[in-house]
Write a protein that binds this ligand. Structure first.
Ligand SMILES: [Zn+2]
Length: 194
């Protein structure tokens, strides 16, 4: 888990934080889930997750389901988009036309009620339109959600170097493992040939 240079643009950063309320500890490698704690405290919700407060309709059960589906989408497990479409068709969202600086009309999805879920889905919908949703990814190793800022969008791990006490060098670890495997394979070959 590394937080440097991982922040997503605009409201998408809040969605990234929401997805990362479930994570795998760097130290113990155990799963950690902070959502219930945040859900139970308006203060912690505001300070650690979002300035958009939760409404009565934002039950813990529904938030857990939303987080799970958003995570699956980021992990590439919603290729046919059924999970996202299901949320979009059931939540209170509406479409708004606004003008860009170039005077071209642009569609913007806005939440039609004050729930955190509708707010979050509107952010996701607008990120899909803007092409930024596909850059929100999860680490192939520790599953931490990060925003891919690389030019070619080919980043696969949360960090290539350890970035502080919580930092985890997943990319480096994967590269070292691959290197060791290659060395071991070569050693076997060399033994076989001699
Ligand atoms: Zn990682």
């Amino acid at each position: 888990m590394q937080t440097q240079n991982q922040a997503a643009p605009d409201g998408l950063e809040c969605v990234r934080r929401f997805i990362n309320t479930w994570s795998i500890s760097n130290q113990t490698r155990m799963e950690m889930d902070d959502l219930q704690l945040l859900w139970g405290s308006a203060e912690r919700w505001r300070d650690e997750l979002s300035r958009h407060p939760r409404a009565d309709s934002d039950t813990l059960e529904r938030l857990l389901a939303l987080r799970s589906d958003l995570r699956k989408s980021c992990e590439g497990l919603d290729d046919d988009r059924n999970l996202l479409n299901d949320w979009f068709s059931h939540e209170a969202l509406s479409v708004h036309v606004e003008s860009t600086d170039e005077g071209v009309p642009r569609l913007r999805v806005i939440p039609a009620d004050s729930s955190y879920i509708a707010h979050t889905l509107a952010v996701v919908a607008n990120a899909i339109s803007a092409g930024t949703w596909s850059r929100l990814k999860t680490c192939g190793d520790c599953r931490w959600a990060f925003y891919d800022t690389t030019r070619n969008g080919g980043k696969r791990w949360c960090g290539m170097s350890k970035g502080g006490a919580d930092g985890r060098a997943c990319g480096t670890i994967a590269k070292v493992s691959a290197f060791r495997a290659r060395v071991a394979a070569q050693a076997k070959l060399d033994l076989g040939e001699s």
